[in-house]
Design a protein around this ligand. Structure first.
Ligand code: UTP
Length: 236
């Protein structure tokens, strides 16, 4: 059987309950699906910052007005969140969180599951997932988030928002830029796709699926090869 490389981005929104406690059941469920890794040569998990990152970012923004510093705090929190997965996966995981692509390239030699958070200011963890996917020539990136996929408008604001099953890169760029305002490029506000991730998508052939991490049944079917896609599929 042909083995493949895959990158999974886990949105930080999935990791915490409203009361800010860690949703340990969610971390366990996600790891238990991913642990079954027969079909893949390389698995990389990129973890987001979630509500905790946003708390730090708001404090730093308010007191320093330094967006770069706010990004750095977001990155640190995403790395702490990544550590949850390293701890649960134990020997299946590479024990360190790579902080650069160079460090990642060394980790990659271990053939273990690699877990990462952010890399540098000015982007989101979705960009990290795509940067790594490009580097390891992954065929697919799965973005697990708190909605079912990409909608024609914000599903949290509009009841009539429609889930898009397929979307091309040009359509994606126009939705992202239409739906986001001037906060698009502020720390903590890079939406599922930020400008950097759109650029990487444009120059690569990576297939990106955006799907639900709340109900993991579709992701599980995808992982086990029962279905070929989940949520929204972004293609050329
Ligand atoms: P994300 O915004 O990517 O996390 O990273 P998230 O919670 O998963 O976001 P959603 O669910 O996709 O919306 C948290 C913050 O860390 C900084 C940014 O400020 C980002 O908003 N960050 C992350 C960077 O500056 N560089 C990175 O490479 C990654």
């Amino acid at each position: 059987m042909d083995k493949k490389n895959i990158v999974i981005k886990i949105g930080g929104s999935l990791l915490f309950r409203r009361t800010m406690e860690i949703d340990s059941q969610k971390v366990e469920e996600l790891c238990n699906v991913i642990k079954n890794k027969e079909s893949y040569d390389s698995i990389v998990i990129v973890v987001g910052g979630g509500m905790i990152a946003r708390e730090y970012i708001e404090f730093i923004r308010k007191h320093t007005k330094n967006e770069s510093l706010a990004d750095l705090l977001g990155i640190q929190v995403s790395r702490i969140n990544a550590q949850l997965f390293v701890s649960y996966l134990k020997d299946l995981a590479y024990p360190l969180i790579p902080k650069t692509i160079e460090a990642f390239s060394v980790a990659h030699l271990s053939h273990r599951i690699i877990i990462m958070g952010g890399l540098q200011p000015g982007q989101s963890t979705t960009s990290v997932a795509l940067e790594i996917a490009e580097y390891i020539q992954a065929e697919q990136v799965i973005i697990l988030t708190d909605v079912e996929g990409i909608y024609n408008k914000d599903p949290n604001q509009f009841k009539d928002a429609k889930l898009l099953e397929n979307i091309n890169k040009t359509e994606l760029s126009s939705i992202i830029f239409k739906e986001t305002d001037e906060t698009q490029a502020s720390a903590g506000e890079y939406r599922i796709f930020d400008a950097v991730s759109l650029q990487i998508l444009k120059r690569s052939n990576i297939k990106v699926h955006v799907g639900s991490g709340k109900d993991l049944s579709k992701f599980k079917d995808f992982w086990e090869g029962k279905v070929k896609r989940i949520g929204t599929l972004i293609s050329g």
